[in-house]
Design a protein around this ligand. Structure first.
Ligand code: SAM
Length: 219
C-alpha cells in the first residue's frame, strides 16, 4: 500500500460527521474517546482508492483475511477501558494499528501484539511514519506479554472462545480487561475487573462479530 498523508477539509469533515454519528446515533458517551477518534485520520489506513469508505461505520479488509474494526466497535471497546493518561495498556490484535492510534491519542502507553507478520511489520512502519509511538510485538497474544506485565488495561480485538486466564493474571489490581467472547459467529463483549489478588468481576454486554483470536489460549 502506498502511504499518502493528506488530511484536508474533506476528510476532516467526514471524520466530524462520523463522530457526530457515534455520539448521536450509536450513543457513545465518552467525549475523550470521541475526541481521540476525531484526531486519527482513519483514511490513512486505506488505499487511496477506498478513501470514500474510511469514514463509514464499517469494518474493512486490511489483507491476510483480517479487518480494520468498525469505528463503533473501536469507540465501544475503548470507552469500556476508561483510560487515564499514562496508563499501561496491552492491545491484543494490532491489525491495521488504527485502534492503537486511538489508544495513543488518549495518552496511554501502548503495548500491542499481532500474530500475522505482514500486519505487524506494516503497522509498526506505518505508525512510526505517522509519529505514533507504541511498543510492537509479533506473536501469540492469547498468552499476553508476561515480561511487560502488569497492565492497567487489556484490550482484545479478536473474538475468543473464553477469557484466557493468563491475561487476567497480567492485570493490575483495579485493572480492566475488555474481550469479545463467544463462537465464530457472534461474541458478547465482556469486561473483567480485577478486584484483588484472587477475585474478578465479570460483566457481559452487547453482541458483536469479530475475526477469531487464534492461538494457544484461544481458537
Ligand atoms: N484493532 C485492529 C485495527 O484497528 O485494525 C483490528 C484488529 S482485527 C479485528 C483482529 C486482529 O487480531 C487481526 O489482525 C488478527 O491477525 C489478530 N489476532 C488474532 N489472534 C491473535 C493472537 N492470538 N495474537 C495476536 N493477534 C491476533
Amino acid at each position: 500500500m502506498a502511504y499518502k498523508f493528506i488530511d484536508n477539509y474533506r476528510e476532516r469533515g467526514a471524520r466530524k460527521k462520523l463522530v457526530s454519528f457515534l455520539r448521536d446515533e450509536r450513543k457513545i458517551e465518552s467525549e475523550d474517546v470521541l475526541k481521540a477518534i476525531e484526531k486519527v485520520p482513519r483514511h490513512y489506513f486505506f488505499d487511496e482508492t477506498f478513501w470514500n469508505q474510511a469514514y463509514r461505520d464499517i469494518a474493512f479488509p486490511i489483507g491476510e483475511g483480517q479487518t480494520i474494526s468498525q469505528p463503533y466497535t473501536v469507540a465501544y471497546q475503548t470507552q469500556l477501558l476508561h483510560i487515564s493518561p499514562g496508563e499501561k495498556v496491552l492491545e491484543i490484535g494490532t491489525g491495521s494499528g488504527y485502534q492503537t492510534c486511538v489508544l495513543l491519542e488518549l495518552k496511554a502507553q501502548v503495548y500491542t501484539i499481532e500474530r500475522q507478520e505482514k500486519l505487524y511489520e506494516r503497522a509498526k512502519l506505518f505508525l512510526n511514519k505517522m509519529n505514533y509511538k507504541a511498543e510492537f510485538f509479533l506473536g501469540d497474544g492469547s498468552r499476553g506479554i508476561p515480561q511487560h506485565a502488569p497492565y492497567d488495561k487489556i484490550l482484545v480485538t479478536a473474538g475468543a472462545p473464553f477469557v484466557p486466564e493468563d491475561l487476567l493474571k497480567q492485570l493490575k489490581i483495579g485493572g480492566i480487561c475488555v474481550i469479545p467472547v463467544g463462537d465464530e459467529k457472534s461474541q458478547k463483549m465482556i469486561t473483567v475487573l480485577r478486584v484483588n489478588e484472587h477475585d474478578y468481576e465479570k460483566i457481559e454486554l452487547d453482541t458483536f462479530r469479530f475475526v477469531p483470536l487464534v492461538g494457544d489460549k484461544a481458537w
